[in-house]
Every structure is written in structure tokens, then in C-alpha cells.
Design a binder for this molecule. Sequence first.
Ligand code: GLN
Length: 293
Amino acid sequence: MSAGPDDRRIGALCREARARLVAAGVETAALDARLLVAAAAGVEPVVPLTDPDRELTDEELARALSHIARRLAGEPVGRILGLREFWGLTFALSCDVLEPRPDTERLVEAVLDWCAGAQGREHPYRFADLGTGSGAIAIALLSELPNAVAVATDMAPGALATARDNAVRNGVGERFLPCLGDFASMLAPGMDFLVSNPPYISLTEESQLSREVRDHDPRAALFAGEDGLDAYRVILPQTRALLGRFAPLFLEIGASQAGAVSEMARSAGLEDIQVFQDLAGQDRVVRAACVAK
Ligand code: GLN
């Protein structure tokens, strides 16, 4: 991107960056341009709209140009900035963690809806987030459940370190217990609920993924065998022993997996199986409870 005198104004820079991103086929070009240029200038993303004539310094301009070049090369905004918003909170990303997705907010909502009808939000719930990654789900829930405690498991030590930092950054560090291991394998019984967004993409879908996902999210966080169900095969048999009577398990699923995952939950001895849709109308969450104990 050339940088003539006019380009120093944040509004003009955003427009030029947007045009370059549109030409490269980036669907969210306008938003990406604004987020990247604003971050380079150290201002809120709204500033290019409210104060378009603000000029960037040499250093800010260099940073903005580097951000745009990286985005043009296929790197997602969250990876470039090292930060991502989820549930209105800010999460740091590292190479060991999946970028939290808006779809996963449906999972958080499903849990909170259940809490509202169970013991209410003030109850001192003890729950586990299996495969916590950035910690997004557990931390979002802790931010809404002021007396809850979360055990957050992950197989990747790097992910747990990132998740822990995110818990502290969002003010819930004292109620967030990181735990190294394979989903629920190391947990003790007595959980009020379990929640997980495990890897669920099938290896056959790999070629259909965008380069933003394929080249920048960790493989271990994306793929779960030939049919995408391998993680559920590990998690579901582990859960019944951990849940108290009527305690539920909430799983995020791929849009075509509701039938298979419901069936696996039934085989694992769980009942009262329900499927919830996301805003796009796609099946997104399976809830199953341990009814008979
Ligand atoms: N639980 C984390 C999230 O939803 C990580 C999920 C994963 O790595 N598959 O963001």
C-alpha cells in the first residue's frame, strides 16, 4: 500500500485498506480494515468513523501497513492483533489455542438458560470446561456466575497457560482452575454441569476450510478423525460418572452431527437429550443429562 500524505489520515487509510482487502476477496473487508488500522494507531475501532482526520505517526503508519499486509496474506485479524473478543470479553490468543467463535456463544447461552431454571445464577456451581483452549467458555460463564468455580482442562500446556492469563485478565483468575489432561479423564465426581466445545471437524472436510482456519488454528483444536466424532467418543463415556443426578452435559456440535452425538449420548447412559440451534438456524448444541443415578 502506498502512503502518500493523505494516507496518514485514519479514515483515508481505512478506505484504502478496505479496497485492497475487497480486491483480495476478504468478506469482512471494512470491519477488518478498521480493526487493524485502529489497533495500529492505538485507538478504539470506532475512531476511524468518529475522527477520520486523525493522523497516524510514522510508527503507527508502519504498523498499520504491516497489519494490512498480513491480512492480505490470509492471517485472521485475531491472530494479527493477538486478541479476540468473545462474549464481550477480550481474550489473548497463542498458537496453542483456537480463536473463539461467535457460534460458541450459543453454548454459553444454553448453559446460562439452564442455570436460570436450575439454582439461579448466584448458586456456587462447580463445573468443568473440557478442552478449554483460550478459556473462552469457562471464563464467559464465570463472568456471569459470580459464585461458580470452573475446572478447565486441556491437553496442551501452552493452551492452559494462555487460558490462565485470560482468566486473570478478565478478573476471574481465582475461580479458574487449569488442569492438564485429556478432556474429563482426571476429574473427580460431583460436577453440577460439564461443558465442551471439542474439535469436531472431519478430516474429509479439511480441503473445504478457509486458509484463515486451516493455516492459523491449531490442528489438534480442529480435527476429530475421519467423521469428526472422535472427541465425542472420548468425552461421552467419561461424563456419566462425573455428573450428579439431573446434572447436564453441554456439547457444541457441527451442523450435521446432532443425530450422531445424541445417539452416542444415549449409549453413554445420558437422557433428556435436547438440541439447540444457533442464530443461523443450524444445530449447534446438544444437552444431555444424567437422570438415573
Ligand atoms: N473451548 C475452546 C473454545 O471454544 C477451544 C475449543 C477447541 O479448541 N476445539 O474456544
